[in-house]
Ligand binder design. Structure first.
Ligand code: MG
Length: 397
């Protein structure tokens, strides 16, 4: 058997550009699907796959996943960027999908079999004030969810409008001082209303200066968070030892990581509690299963990134790893709308706060290409990442 073709399918059934890679084999009807979604630069991934990986891989053995991964990672010589890692992930997941279909087994069986029947997921409760956050969290509790991420006004907090200088440039303004003061007050409100029988999480989205992040973690200690996410930017990871020294708050990190040198010191020095990478951003299932094993040795659990800018194929890959890895912690889950479920038959299903796969071989998910074409991807300038401080300074989003 040989790889016959490799190509991308771009689609946006929920309004978010998704990149899916389809690897077809010389055996009629046998193909695999993978997620290579870098939503902000979707067509760049398409070019990397269609123009470079497709000719490289044509005629190779689809069963040699590990060999193929290393060949693709190093073929461009320059490596470990988000475009190329996502392109590689699409191929990698598709090859695992093909291997599962050939074996007649779901991918979690190939990874060692189930450690659990389903993956506990968390949902995202966002509100304009603490009352609204509490109401949304309570609604998720009523649907059966036990883990809820509470955000006040999205990722920037909420409060007075920043006082801008004359002629300040347009952008997504936020005030880190207001954020750092209002979020602990929000958790005070939510805990008073809901008690301590629910797991609460929070995402800082790396919006604080490092020393403010230390103070923020200490301020949240009384609210017993399940985890505090992306408290620091990847550029500031040396500061995690200060966080550890000052606050007993579980730390989740890694959404933006794409190179093993970023996570190795945090895991080996036990400075984080959850690894939270975006699996397509690190290159697929092959590097993720090794990362999970590294984490297991150091007492770190998994919490793979699972927002709307992961294709259902990628959510399935997250879930197969969740079921097979002993050190699974929690799975982020954004839900699927009807259009996503129609374009991607076989989507995992959530019941009572747990995400379940189907029993199909491989990743268990397909794509209706004719339907996918009805939701075209149109590249445009991204607004929300044009983040600015009150004085107009451009900063990381
Ligand atoms: Mg995040």
């Amino acid at each position: 058997m040989k790889i016959a073709s490799v190509r991308t399918i771009l689609t946006a059934p929920a309004g978010i550009p998704l990149v899916v890679v389809k690897v077809e084999t010389s055996e009629p009807g046998l193909y695999g699907l993978g997620c290579g979604t870098f939503t902000q630069r979707a067509t760049a991934v398409r070019t990397a796959v269609d123009d470079y990986l497709a000719p490289l891989l044509a005629g190779r053995d689809p069963g040699r996943i590990e060999d193929t991964w290393h060949t693709c990672m190093h073929n461009a010589y320059w490596r470990n960027g988000p475009v190329l890692n996502n392109a590689l992930s699409g191929v990698d997941m598709a090859l695992w999908d093909i291997k599962g279909k050939r074996a007649g087994m779901p991918v979690y069986e190939l990874l060692g079999g189930k450690c659990r029947e389903a993956a506990a997921v968390y949902r995202h409760a966002d509100g304009r004030d603490p009352e609204e956050v509490t109401d949304r969290a309570r609604a998720f509790q009523e649907e059966g969810y036990t883990h809820i991420r509470c955000q006040l006004g999205g990722y920037g907090g909420i409060g007075r409008s920043p006082r801008r200088p004359d002629n300040a440039l347009p952008g997504a303004y936020f005030d880190p001082d207001v954020y750092a003061q209002t979020v602990p007050a929000m958790f005070e409100h939510v805990r008073n209303a809901l008690g301590f029988d629910v797991h609460l999480l929070h995402d800082v989205h790396e919006r604080l200066q490092p020393i403010e992040a230390v103070r923020f973690a200490k301020a949240l200690e009384p609210y017993r968070l399940f985890f505090l996410e992306d408290l620091l930017a990847p550029e500031d990871i040396e500061w995690f030892r200060h966080i550890r020294a000052h606050a007993a708050v579980p730390i989740a990190m890694g959404e933006l990581f794409n190179n093993p040198v970023e996570w190795k010191p945090l895991i080996a020095n036990q400075l984080i509690d959850f690894i939270r990478v975006h699996i397509s951003q690190i290159g697929g299932i092959s590097p993720a299963r090794k990362l999970a094993a590294l984490c297991e040795a150091f007492g770190v659990r998994t919490a793979w990134h699972g927002p709307g800018d992961v294709a259902p194929v990628g959510h399935a890959a997250n879930l197969h790893l969740d079921l097979a890895c002993q050190n699974f912690g929690i799975q982020e889950f954004a839900g699927f709308n009807d259009a996503l479920r129609e374009v991607f038959p076989g989507c995992p299903e959530v019941r009572n706060g747990y995400l379940y796969p189907n029993a199909n071989p491989g990743l268990g998910i397909d794509i209706d290409e004719a339907l996918a074409a009805r939701y075209p991807v149109e590249p445009k300038a991204i607004e929300w990442t044009q983040t600015r401080l009150p004085d107009g300074t451009p900063v990381r989003p």
